[in-house]
Design a binder for this molecule. Structure first.
Ligand SMILES: C[S@@+](CC[C@H](N)C(=O)[O-])C[C@H]1O[C@@H](n2cnc3c(N)ncnc32)[C@H](O)[C@@H]1O
Length: 279
């Protein structure tokens, strides 16, 4: 990238700006005598820009190039990658796809950067990741409702679940769930659908959704679990009261409750996750 610095008598600058319509420029300095401005040019367009400016300067009978600077290109992809760090949520470590985990202390889950929800950054996902080791036993069958990237399904499979199905209504999530399962070398069936489409029952059902979705789907979800129902995505005490009421009406017993604030800056924005069994 080149920074081309030009100077032109101020009374001609407005005419130049109109003529030069279409390209961007930045004014560095302007007083009654002269205006100094910068045009940023990619290498491929530098010559064309210089020619276009010179043509206008010739018509105006004034204006000159007073400086040129090369701006070093940032490698944006590498820079962006530097900002995405592995997240430890014991016993798991969630990694971007390009990271290699060589340690032995954590169970790695690799997630491709995509569009679906479930990078491991959100408290609702993190709480479920914390709960899974306690409630999933080797050989359990697991249904993950609203699988997103497939992160919770992959975690369940890595804990030894014998069969894991992740469902989502979003086509993109299903693609990412499949890609991520492949990347993590686990067997997760990623299916487009809703709880009412599922005809079998599972030892464990996980659902990280939202209260407005639970309002509609709670009964359908409850039908599908045998041992434990793990729910997340409940925000603030009012939603907690509402979900506990739904659980009571459906004869569920609360076994565990977790809470986590949205972030260190938003300590009063609390998310809740719950584990229920049947009464
Ligand atoms: C909060 S994200 C959870 C993603 C991931 N399981 C996690 O914990 O990070 C909720 C997901 O539920 C999906 N979803 C919304 N309504 C749904 C429904 N009726 N049936 C199945 N999935 C649904 C959304 O598309 C979204 O991917």
């Amino acid at each position: 990238m080149k920074k081309l610095i030009y100077r032109l008598p101020t009374h001609l600058f407005e005419i130049f700006a109109v003529e030069f319509n279409g390209y961007g420029f930045e004014i560095l300095n302007r007083n009654k005598d002269g205006t100094t401005f910068v045009i940023y040019a990619e290498e491929s367009e530098e010559e064309a820009i210089k020619e276009a400016v010179n043509e206008i300067f010739n018509e105006l009978g004034a204006g000159e190039l007073v400086g040129e600077e090369v701006i070093p290109e940032e490698n944006w992809v590498d820079k962006w990658k530097e900002d995405i760090k592995p997240i430890k949520i014991p016993p798991f470590i969630v990694l971007p796809e390009w990271e290699i985990y060589e340690g032995k202390d954590f169970i790695p889950i690799k997630i491709k950067i995509g569009m679906a929800f479930g990078t491991g950054l959100h408290p609702t996902t993190q709480m479920v990741l914390k709960l899974l080791p306690e409630y999933i036993s080797k050989g359990d069958t697991v249904l993950d409702v609203g699988t997103g990237t497939g992160i919770l399904s992959i975690a369940a499979a890595k804990l030894g679940a014998s069969k894991v199905i992740g469902i989502d209504i979003d086509e993109m999530a299903i693609k990412e769930c499949k890609d991520n399962s492949w990347e993590n070398e686990v067997n997760v069936e990623c299916i487009k659908g809703e709880p009412k489409d599922i005809k079998e029952k599972f030892d464990i059902v996980i659902a990280n959704l939202e209260i407005k979705i639970f309002r509609n789907l709670f009964k359908d979800i409850v039908k599908l679990f045998k041992k434990y129902l793990i729910l997340s995505g409940i925000f603030k005490p009012a939603e907690k009261e509402e979900i506990l009421k739904m659980a009571k009406e459906n004869n569920l017993k609360l076994i565990t409750e977790l809470s986590q604030p949205e972030s260190d800056e938003k300590l009063s924005d609390i998310w809740f996750a719950f584990v229920f069994c049947r009464k």
